[in-house]
Design a protein. Structure first.
Length: 318
């Protein structure tokens, strides 16, 4: 098949993160891969900024009074009951929106998706600190880490021929089969993994080293996690997940000349070493008995997300 271009980058969600974040996407992903860019958001966020100016496609959804209205227009099964199982875990608060945007993209723009060999589907708030790998295989590429008893849902690269399977997550949660197989800890990541398993795409998943972290501006509105970590020497740039930040910067340092990288990313690198030191000291002070996440399924630097858990949900699911 003759493709118009190799890559289409689709940014979906609320345009958060600010210009430093968006410039990193342009440098390390869009320009590096010579990709076209599409932005997908609701009409209340549509405004002039560098991403909207850079984008070739503007896929704008009319902002509903409630995203449940969007579901009700197209789906008649168990989606509401399914999502409510994850209320308080981010599935209802955040997944409700992200799943709707996935459906909106494929429902309205599948002909455009099919003109590209690969689709990079990601978020506005991903701050990139290293160059995106150039993909050549027929796989589903997902960055390492941030799985939360499922698999990371913040960035993916798929072949365009897999678009229908990938974007059909509401079709999945709307089904009785999905409702009978709800994960022990139904958050966005665990439900995303269940959908990949159901669609068969899980067999194509290949992980790659993390190259981005989730950023936010101070006092920026959010549907889920409120950031509390401000990067040194920046006016108001925050990070949401320290482990994710550490993993991304570690990749950037490994793949770059360290002196040049430090000069280009001084505040970020200094903050990386600060968090690494803090993490190490914390590991010395924290007793193993108090770590409620089991060894088999990983450790977490931040425990707030799981403060009410007493057992590992992944073990309970086995």
């Amino acid at each position: 098949m003759n493709f118009k271009k190799k890559y289409l980058v689709v940014l979906a969600g609320s345009p958060r993160g600010g210009e430093k974040t968006w410039n990193s996407l342009i440098k390390y992903v869009v320009n590096h891969l010579n990709a076209d860019l599409a932005v997908c958001t609701t009409d209340n966020f549509f405004n002039k900024n560098l991403l909207f100016e850079k984008a070739k496609f503007h896929w704008i959804m009319k902002n509903p009074n409630s995203f449940e209205d969007y579901y009700s227009n197209f789906f008649k099964g168990t989606w509401r009951e399914y999502l409510l199982k994850g209320k308080g875990l981010g599935l209802f608060e955040s997944g409700l929106i992200h799943f709707a945007l996935k459906d909106f993209v494929y429902r309205n723009y599948k002909e455009i998706l099919e003109k590209y060999e690969y689709i990079i589907y990601t978020r506005f708030d991903q701050y990139y600190v290293d160059f995106h790998p150039d993909i050549t295989k027929d796989k589903v590429f997902i960055p390492e880490g941030e799985d939360y008893f499922g698999i990371c849902d913040r960035h993916v690269v798929i072949k365009s021929k897999d678009s229908k399977k990938y974007f059909s997550i509401i079709d999945y949660i709307d089904s009785q089969n999905a409702f009978l197989d709800i994960p022990a800890y139904p958050n966005c990541e665990s439900v995303y993994k269940k959908h990949l398993e159901y669609s068969g795409l899980i067999n194509k998943v290949e992980r790659f080293e993390r190259i981005s972290f989730t950023s936010a501006l101070k006092n920026e509105p959010t549907n889920w996690r409120i950031p509390t970590y401000k990067i040194f020497l920046t006016k108001n740039l925050m990070i949401k997940y320290p482990d994710e930040f550490i993993g991304a910067v570690k990749t950037g340092l490994k793949n770059s000349n360290k002196v040049t990288y430090l000069m280009d990313n001084f505040g970020i690198v200094i903050y990386y070493y600060y968090l690494q030191t803090r993490k190490y000291i914390g590991s010395l002070l924290k007793s193993k008995e108090n770590n409620f996440i089991c060894e088999e399924h990983g450790y977490l630097f931040l425990s707030e997300r799981y403060k009410n858990l007493t057992t590992c949900p992944e073990c309970a699911n086995d």
